[in-house]
Design a protein around this ligand. Structure first.
Ligand code: PLP
Length: 406
């Protein structure tokens, strides 16, 4: 047990005090988006109240303060994943980050005969960009398959990574199964064969210490709103040599050194990939979120969530007719389940009436749900600010809902 007073930590999140349908809110939809601590809300508020200005453009005081705060947020975020700030492209989220790699790294390099390996458990954000690039270049998509418990089949992956493979796209943690992939081992496999690895860290950065240098990947993407930051924020980390070799993705202000009608010279990375006015307030808020999590300690967060998951799994194992989708040994606190005779959407709707927020549906992972032969699941995803009492409340609500569904 950690020494952190988790009840006090929970108090940092104003929204968690509210009621829904007259019941105390049980927010178990953290894989979808995380709630924000007051320090994040205050940082955004403070920016607009005190020093709202555009970044990197104005020499006046407000402009300098805004630019300093924005760049400080980049450094804080870089530290969160043990990266250098000149390797971190700030962008709107994982979807943008992966598309940036697809269009800027892969599109100019791939050709017919090349293969992109994508795992079965990917979010659509780490599938569809590769399909679009495959269509444009004549490259093929190859699927890295899973074992029935939702672990990646590492032997199959080893065979799949043959000489035709140029790029491997893999989730650090699955948003449906909670499976934690051994990305260090996987990226080592890829690197030994000269294959570029793109890791989708959306569900990892909020829940565990992440060290991109130790992972040894080429690209690592994550999204700010799942890390207790504002929506419309995120980042792409890339090895400096890739950023330097890649052409810009979008053109416009900020990403140039000089523009004339004879030709344009581009800014250095990462600014070359940050065309236009960014979500300044959002990134300042995300910097505050990264500070908050770093102070809390992501190892503590991970331990707390493991403890909640153990309790939750134990309770769920007592429920007749409940099927878990995703039982890999190394798992984050994301629990997808089905209940005999109940549709996932009906379950989620009735749970909501009890104040319990879970997600139902396909979770932007159609190929994964096809693998399990199911049309939808209910997904409860926990965060460090959830409590053992909320797990009890969830179980009581589930019992009531099952009675209603007959
Ligand atoms: N990848 C994973 C694993 C996710 O869980 C999500 C969001 O649910 C995304 C990518 C997409 O993130 P965003 O919509 O913030 O770009």
């Amino acid at each position: 047990m950690s020494a952190i007073d988790w009840a006090k930590v929970r108090d940092d999140f104003p929204l968690l005090r509210r009621q829904v349908h007259g019941k105390p809110l049980v927010y178990f939809d953290n894989a979808n988006t995380a709630q924000k601590p007051a320090v994040v809300i205050d940082a955004v508020d403070d920016f607009y109240r005190r020093y709202n200005a555009n970044v990197s453009r104005a020499v006046h005081a407000l402009g300098s303060e805004a630019t300093d705060a924005y760049e400080a947020a980049r450094s804080t975020l870089a530290r969160l994943i043990n990266a250098r700030s000149n390797e971190l492209v700030l962008c709107s989220g994982t979807t943008f980050a992966i598309n940036l790699v697809a269009y800027s790294w892969a599109l100019p390099r791939l050709a017919p005969g090349d293969v992109i390996v994508v795992s079965r458990m990917e979010h659509h954000a780490n599938i569809v960009p590769w399909q679009l690039i495959a269509e444009r270049t004549g490259a093929q998509i190859r699927v890295a398959e899973l074992l029935p418990d939702g672990s990646l089949d590492l032997d199959a992956l080893d065979k799949a990574l043959d000489g035709a493979v140029k790029l491997l796209a893999i989730a650090h943690v699955s948003n449906v199964l909670g499976t934690i992939n051994p990305v260090r081992e996987i990226c080592r496999m890829a690197r030994k064969r000269g294959i570029i690895s793109v890791v989708d860290g959306s569900q990892a950065v909020p829940h565990m210490p992440v060290d991109v240098a130790a992972i040894g990947c080429d690209f690592y993407a994550f999204t700010g709103h799942k890390v207790c930051g504002p929506t419309g924020t995120g980042a792409l980390w890339a090895r400096r040599e890739h950023l330097q070799a890649m052409p810009p993705f979008l053109g416009g202000g900020e990403m140039i050194k000089e523009v004339s009608f004879e030709g344009t010279t581009f800014n250095d990375a990462p600014y070359k990939f940050e065309a236009g006015t960014p979500n300044i307030a959002g990134f300042i808020g995300l910097g505050a979120a990264a500070d908050y999590l770093t102070t809390l300690g992501l190892d503590q967060v991970q331990a707390r969530e493991a403890e909640l998951l153990a309790h939750f799994s134990e309770e769920l194992s007592k429920v007749d007719g409940l099927r878990l989708i995703g039982t890999a040994p190394d798992k984050a606190a994301v629990v997808s389940f089905l209940i005999d005779g109940a549709h996932a959407h009906d379950l989620a709707t009735l749970l909501d009436l009890e104040g319990v927020a879970v997600r139902s549906g396909q979770h932007c992972a159609h190929p994964l749900l096809q693998f399990y032969g199911v049309a939808a699941t209910c997904r409860a995803s926990l965060a460090f600010y959830n409590t053992h009492e909320e797990i009890e409340a969830f179980m009581a609500a589930l019992t009531k809902v099952r009675r209603l569904l007959g």
